[in-house]
Structure formats: structure tokens, C-alpha cells
Ligand binder design. Structure first.
Ligand SMILES: [Zn+2]
Length: 301
């Protein structure tokens, strides 16, 4: 156990270093996204907070601003998920240098620190909502732990309110998808519970937003951890979803299964050189590293 924890800590510490050297080794040129593979970015909280089990996913607001300023200055085509789906189903041609921006869970820090910048640039993005948490204004258990230690962190931990969600929807650039009701390991549930998570979250979002909800992101998003399965895909189709995002690292080429889209998880250590490498293919090897890591270490959530 001690050895295992040591190895895990060493792996996580070494990762940013590996990423930076990979970018140098592979000479991943900024904006070289011309191979028809689409990176779908996934952010979580946008905050300077460094506490918590999921702190690696807390991207500082200044870093987020730097990322999207880079996309703008390098003339990336930021596609909405709807437009990306149209290219995937070959109804629309893929533009050069495509990228898609998504946020998981539905944290309010996204509204505060990402939405203004996205709006200023006219960059579309999709937020996947864990519906029960927004409905009940509750926090994830790992965020409640942080709150106990640091009550003033509430604003960084809380979920979006329906009024913030509606305001963003009315801007025309932010769209929403389902991230289930209760954020479970979906693939481990019995079929009737999978149906509840998928159908109810879709129905609540549609009632609240007055829009058809067709996009989904698996909580956790890793098959090896029981987040997706043959049953989850069947049920997604049955409930009327057209697309589902995983947390498998990578970019999406033509022919990628629409219910198993890969994404590029953005972490708080992703300074601009790492960000450039991640979106331009310089870090595609991470998919294999991620799979190996997940086979050795259990999920902590
Ligand atoms: Zn999530």
C-alpha cells in the first residue's frame, strides 16, 4: 500500500514535467491542428483554490483567460457541440483548427470566471449539469470536505443556480447537457437506475430550459471504473441522446463513436506550453499512460 501510494504520488508529480518535455520532444507546433482530429476540452472549476481531492482540476481564472486568448490569437475555430456533432455525422465540413470547449458538473465558478471571457470572444461552450446538485443547491461530498476546512471557499465550490444557467443560455453561446441526476458510476447501476439517471435529468433540464437536451457526459467517464458500459450506451440511445463524452484522454477523428467521445482534461498545471501540446496532439500518448494508470490505481471518487 505504501509503495503503491508512493508510486502514485511520484507519477502525479512527474506528469507535468513529462508533459513539458514531450511538447519539446515532439515539437508540437502551436496551432498545428490540421490532422482532422478534434480536441474537446473539459474544464471543471475555474478557481485559484488548491484544496480538495479534485484540486488538480481547479484551473485558475488567469490560466483559463490565457488559454482562450491563445485560441483566439491563433485563430482556432471554437465549435459548439451541435456544430461538432454535425461534422461527426458528416452534415457539415470540419473547419481548420477546430476545438470544442466543455465544462463538467455545473460549478458556479464557470459562470463567474469563464462565461464573461467566452462571451467577450463569442466562443461557444457546453456545460454538463449534475441536475440533483443544482436542484437541491447541494455540494459534492469532496467539496463538502473542503468547505468544512475552509468555509470562505463556498463561492468556489457551489453549483450554478437556475437563473445563472438561464442567463447563460439566453446569451446564445452557452448550451447545456446532462451529467446525470446524482453523479454515480453509471455503468455499475442496474438498468432501471441507469434509465432514471438519464431520463429524469433530461426531462428536468428540458423543463427548466425549454430546449431539447441531446448531449451527455458520463460522470467519471472511464470504462475501467464502471462509468460506461454496453447498457449505458443502449439507454442513452433509448432516452434520445445523440452524443456522449467520456473522460478518456485524446482527440476525436472521423468515425469516432459518438457515444464514446474522447476529451482533453485541463488541469491547473496546464500552463500555456502544456495546453498547446495537449490540443495539438503532442500529448496524444497520454491516452495509453492514462489507461495504464487506471489499471493499477483505483478511482478515488
Ligand atoms: Zn463530473
Amino acid at each position: 500500500m505504501v509503495v503503491r501510494n508512493f508510486t502514485k504520488t511520484a507519477f502525479l508529480k512527474l506528469l507535468p514535467l513529462l508533459l513539458r518535455s514531450t511538447q519539446r520532444i515532439l515539437q508540437a507546433k502551436p496551432g498545428s491542428n490540421t490532422d482532422g482530429r478534434v480536441p474537446i476540452l473539459v474544464y471543471h472549476k475555474i478557481t485559484d483554490l488548491r484544496l480538495g481531492l479534485d484540486a488538480q482540476w481547479n484551473v485558475p481564472p488567469a490560466m483559463f483567460a490565457e488559454h482562450i486568448a491563445y485560441l483566439r490569437s491563433e485563430k482556432f475555430n471554437v465549435l459548439s457541440l451541435t456544430d461538432f456533432y454535425a461534422t461527426l455525422s458528416r452534415k457539415r465540413k470540419l473547419p481548420p483548427k477546430p476545438v470544442v470547449i466543455t465544462f463538467d458538473d455545473g460549478y458556479a465558478s464557470m459562470y463567474r470566471h469563464a462565461y464573461p471571457a467566452l462571451k467577450a470572444f463569442g466562443f461557444p461552450a457546453t456545460v454538463f449539469i449534475a441536475v440533483d446538485y443544482v436542484e437541491k443547491r447541494s455540494l459534492f461530498w469532496w467539496d463538502r470536505r473542503v468547505l468544512e476546512r475552509l468555509p470562505e471557499a463556498y463561492e468556489s465550490l457551489r453549483m450554478l443556480s437556475w437563473s445563472e444557467i438561464l442567463e447563460m443560455q439566453s446569451s446564445g453561446i452557452i448550451s447545456f447537457g446532462s451529467h446525470t441526476m446524482t453523479h454515480p458510476h453509471l455503468g455499475r447501476l442496474p438498468v432501471e437506475k441507469i434509465e432514471y439517471e438519464l431520463a429524469t435529468s433530461k426531462a428536468v433540464l428540458e423543463r427548466r430550459l425549454g430546449r431539447t437536451i441531446e448531449f451527455f457526459a458520463y460522470p467519471g467517464g472511464i470504462r475501467h471504473y464502471g462509468d460506461l458500459s454496453r447498457e449505458t450506451k443502449k439507454m442513452l440511445i433509448h432516452c434520445g441522446y445523440r452524443l456522449a463524452c467520456t473522460s478518456v484522454f485524446g482527440r476525436n477523428g472521423f468515425g469516432q463513436n459518438a457515444y464514446e467521445l474522447k476529451r482533453i482534461g485541463i488541469e491547473r498545471t496546464d500552463s500555456l506550453p502544456v495546453f498547446k501540446a495537449k490540443i495539438s496532439g503532442g500529448c496524444d500518448w497520454l491516452e495509453a499512460a492514462q489507461t495504464a494508470f487506471q489499471r493499477v490505481f483505483n478511482n478515488v471518487y
